[in-house]
Write a protein that binds this ligand. Structure first.
Ligand SMILES: Cc1ncc(COP(=O)(O)O)c(C=O)c1O
Length: 457
């Protein structure tokens, strides 16, 4: 029996290819649609993304080589450790074996740099000089700022105003890595000005910030600016699969023959895709695995929202994507897991859920903080509030294994640390947080907008 706590992979054993789930999904994926209602062709996306990333976005090739130049960037923190959560297991007195993949060891503190360095590298190869993006609480913005600093690209980040005002530290990380971070909505874009004219005190939202970033990229006259997105799109999911591919090798090293449950928290879906897609491949090929994306009850995208065509942003600048969506004018409640407050979720995940390959769950904010504190006082890591959702589900599964008297193997992705998010912990400890389960009336109100868009097949 393996007695390890941490299972390391050597750099030479790091995966050399990403796994593309689009090659194996059952049924036909619904293509993104343009304003004329027809599928968007790659040339239409060219002002937004470089062509090498557009090719990945539409690829159905199963394995895609990771260029040597990207591997060199990833070696700064990869392979990340896989950890057996023995102290948590003991505290729960469970027969389950719980493993977590620790993505908090990256320089920006989360899984986001896995795709940030890849996107920055492909843009640089294509001759792009500046990347523009949005960020909620700042995890993605800081990851892209870090990646751009390594590759000598200019970086501009539209940060959702409420976080810009309340969470100065990630803003300072972006500054340290040389990026220009401004509050969204701003006066620098038409979409920002329009929203400010209507509602000058708006706290902003991810949807609004995406509108501003896309607008800046497509209106830049030099042709040397592109937009970069930290989640949702196929190529972002692809870059994150290195997480699950490493985990598979590490579980083999730990002599685990089978995984029973795979868990990740889900905002736009990228860390969950990263840990789970290599296991979805196994499930499609007959393995029995419970694959669980976890979301907040306040943003129940996968558990309650319809599978429908919708825009990825508030102003309707992006193509229509077939996804589970709360409607692009969704205004999220003030929960502390800022990265889980997006209205939609990756089409690849939506399609998988639609075909019964995943088993989404929603958990209330208070249970997530409770679980995060149990984790902090056993395993030691103070996780990001987003990650708290994965921890809470892992604890639920470990308790279930105890009730059933089964030795299950549970794998979850520790998507980030929470050292920049301690205000949320403080509020929880002071009893100032509440649950915000979405009422049916709100779900109906926000999804009303979808009626004007087509239904996916
Ligand atoms: C630590 C952490 N986990 C999860 C997420 C959710 O994003 P995604 O669903 O793309 O992984 C975020 C988003 O910012 C995050 O910062």
């Amino acid at each position: 029996m393996d007695k390890s706590y941490k299972i390391f992979l050597s750099e030479k054993d790091m995966p050399r290819q990403w796994y593309n789930l689009a090659a194996d999904l059952p049924g036909q994926m619904n293509p993104p649609l343009g304003p004329d209602g027809n599928p968007v062709t790659p040339d239409k996306l060219a002002p937004v993304f470089p062509m090498n990333l557009i090719e990945q976005e539409v690829s159905t090739q199963r394995w895609i080589d990771i260029p040597e130049g990207i591997l060199e960037l990833l070696y700064r923190w990869r392979p990340s450790p896989l950890v057996r959560a023995r102290f948590l297991e003991k505290a729960l007195d469970t027969p389950a074996r719980i493993y977590y993949k620790n993505e908090s060891v990256s320089p920006a503190g989360s899984h986001k740099p896995n795709t940030a360095v890849a996107q920055a590298w492909y843009n640089k190869q294509f001759g792009i000089k500046k990347l523009v993006t949005e960020t909620g609480a700042g995890q993605w913005g800081s990851a892209l700022a870090f990646a751009c600093s390594l590759l000598g690209l200019e970086c501009k980040v539209y940060m959702v105003r409420i976080s810009f005002d309340q969470k100065p530290f990630r803003k300072l990380m972006m500054k340290a890595w040389g990026a220009n971070c401004i509050a969204s909505p701003s006066n620098e874009t038409k979409s920002g000005r329009d929203i400010l004219a209507e509602n000058p005190d708006t706290p902003g939202s991810l949807g609004i910030a995406i509108s501003e970033a896309v607008e800046e990229a497509v209106t830049d006259a030099s042709g040397e600016t592109r937009y970069s997105l930290g989640s949702v799109l196929n190529h972002v999911m692809l870059h994150q699969t290195i997480i699950g591919l490493e985990a598979k090798k590490q579980l083999e090293l730990a002599n685990e023959k089978k995984v029973d449950v795979v868990i990740g928290c889900a905002g736009g879906g990228s860390n969950f895709a990263g840990i789970s897609f290599p296991y979805v491949y196994d499930k499609i090929n007959g393995a029995e695995i419970d694959i669980i994306p976890v979301e907040p009850t306040s943003c129940p995208t996968l558990t309650r929202a319809p599978f429908h065509y919708d825009h990825g942003d508030t102003a309707g600048m992006t193509p229509l994507l077939a996804m589970h969506t709360l409607g692009h004018s969704f205004i999220p409640p003030p929960i502390h897991a800022g990265g889980l407050r997006y209205h939609g979720i990756a089409p690849l995940i939506s399609h998988s859920v639609h075909h019964g390959l995943m088993n989404p769950q929603a958990i209330d904010q208070l249970e997530c903080y409770e679980a995060a504190l149990t984790f902090a006082t056993t395993e030691g890591i103070i996780v990001a509030p987003e990650t708290g959702h994965a921890v809470a589900q892992a604890i639920r599964e470990a308790k279930k294994a105890k009730e059933e008297g089964r030795e299950k193997v549970i794998l979850f992705n520790l998507s980030g640390h929470g050292l920049m998010d301690l205000v949320g912990y403080d509020k929880f400890l002071n009893g100032e947080l509440t649950d915000h389960s979405m009422p049916d009336s709100d779900l109906q109100k926000f999804t009303e907008v979808l009626k004007k868009y087509p239904s996916p097949q």
